[in-house]
Design a protein. Sequence first.
Length: 424
Amino acid sequence: MAMTLVVGSQWGDEGKGKIIDYLSANSDYVIRFHGGNNAGHTIINDYGKFAMHLIPSGVFYKNTTAIIANGTVLDLQVLVDEIKMLKKVGVNLANRLIISPRCHIIMPYHKLLEKVYEKAKGKSRTGSTGRGIGPVYADKVSYNGIRLADLFDQKIFKEKLSIQLLVKNKILQALGEKPLRQKEIEKNILACFRKLLPFIKEPYSIFQKVIKQKKHLLFEGAQGVFLDNDWGTYPFVTASTSLSGGIAAGTGIPAQKLTSVIGVVKAYTTRVGEGPFPTELLDGIGEKLRTVGGEFGATTGRPRRCGWFDAELIKFAGEINGFTELAITKLDILDTFKEIKICTHYTLNGKRVSYYDGDANFLAKVKPVYKTFKGWEKSTKGITKYSNLPMQAKQYLKAISDLTGVKIKLISTGQKRSEIIKLY
Ligand code: GDP
Ligand code: IMO
Ligand code: MG
């Protein structure tokens, strides 16, 4: 049996989709357990190029069943469209997709409320993906959410919706937005629900059964450690728990069942949206990372902020998630750099400090201390054997492993499924 969790170790977009797609070859179940369509997981394989937002990235292997577990929040239209898109390219999900009725639904008012909050915050805005993620989770924890389960009884759904609209429309109108119409929302939500009905089923007993059968479960983390609602750079975070412990609440499976926790890490660092970023490069080097790395959001198309690898962050990520190994991605993007830097630790007012010592304001003030490495200035693109990597690239990877205290299992050397080195 293997129970493998893939966690984003930075600020999202580490290449989780690529790693999940690769690992799915040997998986029976691939499971999303938190977040929503704020995620954009890019996959390039025999079927084409995709940015997956809700359906687990492992569906391209026919041996897998995809599960969207209870911790995930759903924009029903996005889900319906994603199923349709997959069918069109030849990935039929009939009998291969299970959606938990416990999932909360993103409503049109969630997206609107998010917009007015971001506008009101001005410069201190989160820079969210605009998918209504914060407001839907806020309603979930304050007992105001509407779940898929509510749609089985139209009377319950309509009642719940009318209470929400009573409050939300007043807020929206006070902030200059038009009130939302109940009938229109009902119609759209119920139309999507009918299309999703064949897939909606509580997965709890399936999990229990397949764990006993020693099947291979692959859990697909979304976002990243430093976007975690508790341990990220709050308030510049997302609304869910993106840490390994999140699988317990998000699926109903105890985290201690995990047999490996793989931290996916870009060979440098990126961030999209607002918030502190100690190793950010606002110069030509940052621009080169963005251009060569194609660093534009898979969900919103926004340019990503770029900087050097930050070992202080990844060491913390390893500890708090219990990483058993790392998957390093985008090594090839560093191929043409003469010099490459790693931040080994931070200082503040001349004293050594750690990530967890303070909040977002603190992190904005820390000074990264760098170790400089000679670049390899050779192509690593598509290399599949460790022994074929240039010596300087090996040294760089060893430094990452030594500084973070986690061994490296996978090294990705390109966007395609096959462009990867498996170390053991
Ligand atoms: P995710 O959200 O963690 O799945 O990551 P995204 O898909 O948002 O962003 C990662 C980007 O890097 C995508 O465009 C991937 O195709 C690309 N990518 C992943 N691994 C590699 C790699 O090893 N080399 C290169 N050049 N691109 C990669
Ligand atoms: P994947 O799974 C990168 C960021 C947003 C914003 C903050 C809050 O593709 O790695 P939200 O819409 O969640 O309320 O936005 O979090 N963010 C991501 N950044 N990758 C993601 O997902 C992200 N999901 C959210 O840019 O800063
Ligand atoms: Mg992404």
